[in-house]
Ligand binder design. Structure first.
Ligand code: ZN
Ligand code: ZN
Length: 181
């Protein structure tokens, strides 16, 4: 995937700012974060110290771009982080305060992050020995089935039980069993 454009984030920011904040907010630093997994977005307060000014920032997890309903997810995430920002700008406590939830309800933003917090499985591997499936989030190197190596080669790596790529999973595909190697 090519590097996502921050212009998209700015577009959402302006839309939400006009609709819910009377265009009162200045755009903070907006950026995608490809490593963010624990949440869909983050707000970083700036520093207001005179000599060490750090601009406030909003980060949005790039994995949202891979979701089917990405527009709604990105918009809701941006809206959520903008409420933190809006509270902070007005020198209010900017956590999930009563004022935060009131504003969020007013804006009709989803309260819970509906996106899985970990990336979905992309590849399906299988052990040639026992036939057990191993879904994986990224391509696996020389990994062998631990059970078979344990059972047949005293716990040492044995190429006979190397996990072989069966196929790439379809986006959003749900597997019946989901053990991990
Ligand atoms: Zn929050
Ligand atoms: Zn096996």
């Amino acid at each position: 995937m090519s590097k996502p454009q921050t212009a998209l984030l700015l577009q959402y920011f302006h839309e939400i700012n006009a609709r819910w904040f009377d265009s009162f907010l200045e755009p903070p630093v907006l950026r995608w974060n490809s490593r963010l997994r624990s949440s869909a977005g983050r707000f970083f307060p700036g520093s207001r110290k005179f000599l060490s000014q750090v601009p406030p920032a909003i980060e949005v997890a790039s994995y949202l771009l891979e979701e089917g309903n990405r527009e709604a997810l990105i918009r809701d995430t941006m809206a959520h982080e903008m409420i933190h920002y809006w509270l902070w700008v007005r020198h209010k406590p900017y956590g999930h305060t009563d004022e935060f939830w009131t504003k969020m309800t007013e804006m009709g933003v989803s309260r819970y992050n509906p996106v899985p917090r970990v990336r979905p499985y992309r590849y399906l591997y299988r052990c040639a020995g026992c036939g057990k499936d191993f879904p994986a989030r990224r391509k696996l190197g020389n990994l062998a089935c631990a059970d078979c190596c344990q059972k047949h080669s005293g716990g040492r790596y044995d190429a006979r039980f190397r996990l072989a790529l069966v196929r790439t999973l379809a986006r959003g595909e749900v597997l019946a069993q989901a053990p991990s190697p």
